[in-house]
Design a protein around this ligand. Sequence first.
Ligand SMILES: [Zn+2]
Length: 60
Amino acid sequence: MAHPKRKVSKQRRDKRRTHDFAVVPTLATCSNCGATVLYHRVCPECGYYRGRQIIEKKAQ
Ligand SMILES: [Zn+2]
């Protein structure tokens, strides 16, 4: 198996991990029902997007 020739130093390891943080999604509030929704997504609660009904929801 491929095997690293040298130990990765703490500095090099930690520099590699500077890009590994988790990104918190930007949230918006639905203008129709007030639920918290992701940007550029149809509201999962009421099916509205940009003021229009996009998908029909059985229970409202
Ligand atoms: Zn909504």
